[in-house]
Design a protein around this ligand. Structure first.
Ligand code: MGD
Ligand code: MGD
Ligand code: SF4
Ligand code: MO
Length: 817
């Protein structure tokens, strides 16, 4: 029986049936507080006062991976969510316990819960993988089929052939967390049946997280609230107005802090992004993948004009000049020699040199070098755009080098050049047990592990924890992720791999919606949404304010959906592992248990009972140590408080990287350098492939969705349409007009979308939001601006991460040649 369906509101309008760009819909702003509702203002008032007996108010949350987490106050009547509000607690004063107000996506949660794409009951595939043909089965049949296959595959290939891919749909949850493995319910399940192949890195920040610790020992950054002490904010590819949108996010804090300090903002980005637009700062358009060359051009000016912070470089760094160069390095292998043209390449990194690579005029490079060197403190910070590239590890370290050259590390108002830091409240998480399998693949290389797992090695493929793999991946459990198809690179390659069923023998998908990954499942299981179960939600990036949300159950499970906890317990039971998995607890009992453990460890919660927390909905706390200042103690006393690098100092020259560069088997064109310097990118602006595909295509994380989640919510799609940003110069060359449909293509695939002809993007570069749902036409041509038909599965050199912003393509009018 499809229970509850009779009460559900009718959101059956398909996202594609609304006319794109129609005047009637263009007025829907992302700031709109709620979806169009069959509830009058009067009724809302009554509901809020609670005088209608049948209406209840339940605190829930949006737990997706946007790096915020927002409380949603669900108004429920007759078992149906009638409307959605958000945090209304606190004075909303900056520096105090400000409100964690949800963005328009979270406020449209009803349209995700009551979506026509909702999965209703367990299903088994009957067509080809990806075709989306299924038959309905019972939960018992599903559990048996999965357990039988797991037992067979474990017997034949061992637990190393089982895999959990990147899957961040419920990253913010606690019992139902889908990621990361040390906290996720799916790894608790795997560990209770003997473990699985592990992974390292993430699609978010593989390159920077691998690279920057070679310099600093960690990735720490100052909290954005510390900008109130800054004179200058220098952002490289950082766009909090779109990627940290809510009251729990960074954008509000940055605005408030900049108002206090009156700091100027310099935005280095190929796009005039939403964070820069409308401000009095400066947009520095840059060719994708060339940030390191920009830093070098500025370093040349700073060195030759005596503007570097020499005392800082001498005291805190290794390898800036000959004085601190490690003995193992060649005498001219230091940073200063490289910049001045005294290194092995005999090329001075002059502003003229940098201008040719970056497309930033040399006068701008000189002017900005002087400004950044002399305006202190400067908050130098990068988003993860510059590092999601084929040469992203080098770019990330190079940007951090700018913070070292100017001595901005370890001080209030400065930053390490890494991404912002944030505070989260210590809270006891779901224990996941131990994974006995130690081998870890780079997270981005799972398709290779399916095809040639047994050939993968540490030196060639970046494995950690083992020299080589013994088995390819044979079984994938994909819970709350769309990174099998939509979010992984080169969709056409992935689909071809999956369609050979002798390779990956079973793919189990647990989701709420019929996504492109779900269409490939062998067994497809319908999960409850966050609104249909109780959990804790935490770890938003709210600068120096942490918070935890009690995300209670607002409505009954829809249709035949079950919470993931019960789903995995059901499979574990068939394998004789139920007790190991559940330890005899229900989901509610786990919540009570984790809360009790937290109360014992964290005084903040001691006087708040579980039931009080449930009523209160959200608990906030300021970082007890004020603004986070990365490497503050090291700056104060580098001898007493060394970094965790081998030398204890900031390693401008890294001996460890020198060794890796020598010993690893790198693919042709891959560069790992001991210095934080520019490396050419395979498929970069000067790749010979530009003769065929002359445009650089960058991606960005888009306000109308969180990756592919919320992408099937019609009003969000209409509020901010998927489009291709293209400069008028490039559009004119191709006869492309604004709002006209275009084809974007390369050897890997093709997608179609509307052109947004705009001067907000550098000529020679085009950009498109990532995450739109893959919608093929049967001929491998995507019809919906789905990014990953164009991206490559060739990993970056050091972290073997996803270079999804490095792509060469061509664009043409649909119907043109
Ligand atoms: N081209 C390109 N590709 C990219 C990126 C890029 O910049 N460019 N970015 C990469 C990055 S940084 C990331 S983090 C990844 C993100 O990739 P994913 O982790 O795959 O994120 P989503 O696309 O949001 O997919 C989340 C899935 O979880 C499901 N879901 C949501 N809530 C629930 C729930 O309560 N229960 C269950 N069972 N399922 C739920 C959603 O329906 C959706 O299918 O994408 C990567 N892919
Ligand atoms: N609304 C929304 N918010 C999100 C997400 C979402 O999908 N939607 N995803 C969340 C997740 S999981 C993540 S990992 C983060 C992603 O956070 P980021 O990785 O920081 O976001 P991006 O939009 O990929 O990149 C930021 C900016 O970098 C620019 N950029 C690209 N290449 C280069 C380059 O070579 N140099 C320079 N200087 N700039 C470059 C892009 O144009 C973009 O404006 O966002 C999170 N927040
Ligand atoms: S998408 Fe992110 S910012 Fe928006 S409501 Fe959800 S958690 Fe908050
Ligand atoms: Mo991410």
């Amino acid at each position: 029986m499809e229970k509850n369906s009779k009460n559900a509101p009718d959101f059956a309008t398909s996202r594609r049936s609304l006319l794109k760009g129609s005047a009637a819909l263009s007025g829907i702003a992302l700031a709109a507080s709620a979806v169009p509702m069959p509830v009058s203002a009067g009724e809302r008032g009554t509901a809020a006062m609670g005088s209608k007996a049948e209406e209840k108010l339940v605190w829930s949350a949006c737990t997706v991976n946007c790096h915020s987490r927002c409380p949603l106050r669900m108004h429920v009547q007759d078992g149906v969510i009638k409307y959605v509000e958000t945090d209304n607690l606190g004075d909303d004063v900056y520096g105090d316990f400000h409100q964690v107000r949800a963005c328009a996506r979270g406020r449209s949660m009803r349209r995700r819960v009551y979506n026509p794409d909702r999965l209703k009951y367990p299903m088994k595939r009957v067509g080809k993988r990806g075709e989306g043909k299924f038959k309905r089965i019972s939960w018992d049949e599903a559990f048996t089929e999965i357990a039988d296959n797991l037992q067979r595959i474990i017997a034949e290939h061992g637990n190393e052939s089982l895999y959990l891919p990147f899957a961040t749909g419920t990253l913010g949850a606690t019992v139902a967390a889908s990621y990361p493995p040390p906290r996720s319910i799916s790894s608790r399940f795997m560990n209770s049946i003997g473990g699985c192949l592990g992974h390292h890195g993430t699609y978010s920040y593989s390159q920077i997280f691998e690279a920057i610790p070679f310099m600093y020992g960690s990735n720490a950054g100052n909290s954005p609230t510390d900008i109130e002490n800054s004179k200058l904010v220098v952002y490289f590819g950082n766009n909090p107005a779109e990627t940290r949108m809510s009251g729990g996010g960074v954008t509000y804090l940055v605005q408030q802090a900049m108002e206090r300090s009156n700091a100027r903002m310099i935005m280095v980005d190929p796009r005039y992004n939403d964070t820069a637009s409308g401000r009095e700062g400066e947009w520095v358009p840059i060719r994708p993948g060339t940030d390191a060359a920009f830093v070098e051009g500025m370093a040349y000016v700073m060195i030759t004009e005596n503007l570097v912070d020499q005392a800082f470089l001498d005291t805190y760094c290794v390898g800036y000049d000959e004085k601190t160069l490690p003995a193992s390095a060649k005498p001219n292998a230091h940073y200063k020699a490289y910049i001045l043209g005294e290194g092995d390449d005999h090329t001075a990194k002059t502003p003229e040199w940098a201008a040719k690579i970056t497309a930033i005029p040399k006068e701008t490079i000189i002017r900005l070098a002087r400004e950044i060197a002399t305006t202190k403190p400067a908050y130098i910070c990068q988003g993860w755009g510059p590092q999601r590239h084929a040469n992203g590890e080098q770019a990330a370290r190079a940007i951090a080098m700018l913070a070292c050259l100017t001595g901005n590390v370890g001080i209030n108002g400065g930053n390490s050049g890494s991404r912002e830091g944030f505070y989260s409240i210590p809270f006891v998480r779901l224990p996941v047990g131990e994974n006995p399998i130690k081998a870890k693949i780079p997270i981005f290389m799972w398709t290779d592990a399916v095809v040639r797992g047994a050939e993968m090695t540490a030196l060639k493929d970046g494995l950690k924890g083992a020299e080589k793999l013994n088995k390819p991946i044979k079984f994938i459990l994909n819970y709350a992720g769309n990174c099998i198809v939509n979010q992984h690179s080169d969709i056409n390659r992935t689909l071809a791999i999956l369609q050979d069923e002798s390779q990956c023998e079973m793919l189990v998908v647990i989701d709420n919606h019929m996504t492109s990954t779900a269409k490939c499942a062998d067994i497809l299981l319908p999960d409850c949404t966050t609104s249909e179960q109780a959990d804790f939600c935490m770890d938003g990036s709210a600068g120096n304010m942490g918070y935890v949300i009690f995300a209670d159950q607002a409505i009954e499970p829809q249709f035949e959906c079950k919470p993931v906890y019960d789903i995995l317990a059901g499979i574990a039971e068939k394998m004789g592992k139920k007790e190991v998995f559940t330890e005899g607890r229900s989901q509610e009992e786990w919540l009570r248990y984790l809360y009790q453990q937290t109360q014992e460890k964290n005084p903040l919660f001691q006087d708040i009972s579980f039931e009080e927390f449930r009523q209160r909905g959200i608990i906030k706390q300021q970082d007890p140590s004020g603004h986070m200042v990365a490497f503050k103690k090291f700056r104060q006393d580098p001898v007493a408080n060394p970094l965790t690098t081998p030398s204890g100092k900031i390693e401008v020259y890294s001996e460890r990287l020198a060794k890796i560069a020598e010993s690893w088997e790198l693919a042709e064109g891959d560069i790992i350098s001991p210095l934080p310097i520019y490396a050419r990118a395979v498929e970069g602006f000067d790749d010979p492939l530009t003769e065929k595909y002359p445009l650089q295509l960058v991606g960005f994380h888009f306000k109308s969705r969180v990756h592919s989640t919320y992408a099937n919510v019609d009003v969000l799609d209409q509020a901010s349409l998927q489009s291709l940003w293209i400069n008028p110069i490039d559009a004119e060359k191709r006869g492309i007009k604004h709002n006209e449909m275009v084809r974007i293509f390369n050897d890997r695939g093709e997608t179609r979308v509307m052109a947004n002809v705009t001067p907000r993007i550098l000529p020679g570069v085009i950009a498109m939001g990532e995450g739109a749902w893959y919608t093929p036409d049967g001929q491998r041509v995507d019809q919906n601006g789905s990014f990953n038909v164009l991206t490559t599965q060739r990993p970056s050199p050091l972290s073997k991460g996803n270079p999804q912003h490095t792509n060469l393509v061509e664009v043409a009018r649909v119907g043109g040649e």
